[in-house]
Design a protein around this ligand. Structure first.
Ligand code: NI
Length: 182
């Protein structure tokens, strides 16, 4: 078990468009460590740049709901179609203590690769669609605060400043992740 440090709001890696995964050898270990990290933080989704890695990869576990029996792994995911609109209160492991009501499409078609590199396509709705869109946003450098109106953003401004200052401190001491070569 290896729990990694979660990168917080303000860290430049969370504004990056992440690189597509080309090398699948050894990715299982990284995915296992990401799951350990996500569970430790009580999250339901985690993107690779949230643990400091510039890779187009994210995981989701909503198996506590009736929507899914097992955790999801999505590599090089791309939303190719979407439908409807709904709102939901979203939190984010990189922005602790902040919850914002975000409007997003209700259903999505996602094209993605498995950890074996195999391409798949699937339609997602409900919490899965919500979580997938949140994580794909991360891999494009987008936060929930970018998805809400100015007035909502203002309401969390001081909290964001606080987290940003913390992220700056963490960057000074952050260890370069060893052993992951992709
Ligand atoms: Ni997040």
């Amino acid at each position: 078990m290896a729990v990694m440090d979660i990168v917080h709001y303000g860290d430049p890696i969370l504004r990056k468009k992440c690189k597509h995964v080309q090398q699948f050898d050894g990715i299982d270990r990284l995915i296992a460590d990401m799951f350990d990290t996500m569970y430790e933080a009580d999250g339901i989704g985690l993107a690779a740049n949230q643990v400091g890695l510039d890779l187009h990869l994210f995981i989701i576990d909503i198996s506590h709901t009736e929507e899914a029996d097992e955790p999801f792994i999505f590599i090089n995911g791309d939303i190719i179609d979407s439908e409807g609109e709904c709102e939901y209160d979203e939190g984010c492991l990189s922005i602790p203590g902040v919850t914002l009501n975000v409007v997003r499409p209700e259903a999505i078609d996602l094209k993605y690769q498995t950890e074996k590199g195999e391409w798949k396509k699937h339609t997602f709705t409900g919490l899965a669609a919500r979580a997938i869109q949140h994580e794909i946003d991360h891999l494009n450098g987008v936060y929930i605060v970018d998805r809400v109106q100015e007035i909502d953003r203002m309401s969390v401004k001081s909290k964001l400043k606080e987290i940003e200052a913390q992220a700056k401190e963490e960057q000074k001491t952050r260890q370069t992740l060893q052993g992951y070569k992709f």
